[in-house]
Ligand binder design. Structure first.
Ligand code: TXA
Ligand code: MG
Length: 339
């Protein structure tokens, strides 16, 4: 069985497509939905069987919690228990609809499996018109992880979803490439303090304009780390090594290696190495937009190894560097000897 792909252009959404997607979701089916960050694999968040089918289709361990998507603040009433704490309110006001996930007390109507048994649930109100319209048509909150096989690169186009999940899900809605290209920023709360559990499309600096915030180092602060946000995430199939910004590969051994670096900064490469640009380090928004495309393209050129250089930048650079580091299994080489 192949999965139908229905076109739904962002500026001229097709009401019949929206209606069909909403019905499939309400009836317990799985629908891949475009959002402003990446494509999500949606199911009715209040239906335990539908939620279980998300984990099965992705091959995702049940210990990795899902984000619940709502069409507006009113819909959070059956997702989040009690009123939002003040800093969550401030962030929702500033960034919703948009690429921000708030981790808040889980309402009893949300099955425990959604948040892997944790008392808190991740909730986000996406800004993508197709996502919003489909959630409204379904009339229920929609649990949706990124629509890729577990541990692989997140999909930013419908074709990526079809390649990994075609035949395993009911419907794919195609609204073209995702604007941001990186997942939402995930934030939890410790009293008045906001904690960034996953860097994402909203930079830490923007969040700091509204609340007191600190970033959790998921490699050292394991107790606070976002569950499921493990080191094998966001990996291409080809073995990938991450290197520091400004790395000098010139004395590395020859071989069929692809070096992912930055526009106008091609280093001297050993014999057999190829260079591909992730974009200009001066335009992190553009790098984020096409990062997963670049990782997928790198994979198809049949190198035996990918070497990806960090941006070393703050702002969106934190999220880009987080994904590049995870693509390299969380090890960062500082010199050729570390490769
Ligand atoms: O942009 C996005 O966030 C995309 C789109 C589809 O909305 N979704 C996404 O979902 O990236 P996923 O499942 O690939 O990543 C969700 C991550 C989890 O791995 C975990 O790190 C964090 O969000 N998360 C979700 N619920 C949580 C909870 N209750 N407590 C802590 N972290 C949570
Ligand atoms: Mg994911």
């Amino acid at each position: 069985m192949s999965t139908p792909i229905l076109l739904c252009p962002t500026d001229t959404p097709d009401p019949s497509v929206i209606k069909r997607a909403g019905r499939v979701l309400r009836d317990g089916g799985l629908v891949a939905i475009p959002t402003e960050t990446v494509y999500g694999l949606g199911a009715n968040a209040l239906d335990p069987r539908a939620v279980a089918s998300i984990f099965a289709a992705k091959g995702r361990p049940s210990t990795d919690p899902l984000i619940v998507h709502v069409d507006d603040l009113a819909m959070t009433a059956c997702v989040v228990d009690g009123p939002f704490p003040a800093p969550a309110n401030a962030l929702a006001e500033a960034f919703w609809p948009g690429p921000l996930t708030l981790v808040l007390p889980r309402h009893a109507s949300v099955p425990a499996a959604v948040s892997s048994g944790l008392p808190h649930v991740g909730v986000r109100c996406p800004s993508h018109p197709t996502a919003k319209a489909i959630i409204s048509a379904a009339g229920v909150p929609i649990a949706a992880p990124s629509a890729n096989r577990f541990g692989r690169v997140s999909p930013t186009r419908a074709a990526h979803v079809a390649a990994e999940l075609g035949g395993r899900i009911d419907l794919i809605i195609d609204s073209g490439p995702c604007e941001k290209g990186l997942e939402s920023t995930v934030v939890s709360f410790d009293g008045d303090m906001a904690l960034v559990l996953r860097h994402g499309a909203i930079p830490l600096e923007s969040i700091a304009h509204h609340v007191t915030v600190r970033s959790v180092d998921t490699t050292t602060d394991v107790a606070r780390a976002s569950p499921g946000h493990d080191e094998r995430h966001y990996s291409p199939g080809t073995p990938t090594t991450t290197v520091i910004a400004g790395f000098d590969p010139s004395r590395a051994p020859a071989g069929p290696v692809l070096y992912l670096g930055y526009e106008g900064e091609e280093p001297v490469l050993p014999e057999g190495w190829r260079f591909a640009s992730l974009g200009s380090r001066l335009d992190l928004t553009a790098i984020a937009h096409s990062l997963y495309d670049a990782l997928r393209a790198a994979d198809t050129g049949a190198p035996v190894r990918i070497i990806a250089e960090l941006t070393g930048e703050s702002g969106l650079g934190r999220a880009i560097d987080d994904r590049l580091t995870r693509a390299g299994s969380s090890r960062v080489a500082k010199s050729v000897a570390d490769l």
